[in-house]
Write a protein that binds this ligand. Structure first.
Ligand code: ZN
Length: 121
């Protein structure tokens, strides 16, 4: 996904992209026949949330490039916050908790192999 973060210095303020990596931890309270929830069922709920931004540029809705790119017909996505790794992790956590209705307790979001944010409740 492409993005830029104008609040995080010159380097992060330039248009660039990441192959984000996301690891979620869930806490289930019940099991049926030794299974809490099938991994495939979790994937079916989480992947649509993550995939809707795959190969898109994601911009803070107040970024001045939003109007320019939309005027040129670019299909971009916007969110109501700067797209820092921290904000992205919290936002994804809440989407998975509230939209997918999964008992997520922790999310790890990596921009690179050595740049990971962990958010947990
Ligand atoms: Zn970045």
């Amino acid at each position: 996904m492409g993005h830029r973060n104008k609040e995080a210095g010159i380097k992060c303020g330039r248009l660039h992209g990441h192959t984000y990596d996301v690891v979620c931890t869930f806490a289930f309270n019940t099991m049926t026949n030794g299974v809490t929830m099938l991994f495939s069922d979790i994937d079916n709920k989480v992947e649509p949330i993550v995939k809707q931004y795959d190969h898109y540029f994601l911009f803070y809705e107040k970024d001045p490039l939003v109007d320019v790119l939309r005027m040129e017909g670019e299909l971009i996505k916007t969110v109501p916050f700067e797209t820092s790794a921290e904000n992205m992790a919290i936002w994804l956590f809440k989407e998975i908790k509230n939209e997918a209705k999964l008992p997520i307790i922790k999310i790890e979001l990596s921009e690179t192999k050595s740049s990971t944010v962990i958010y947990e409740e």
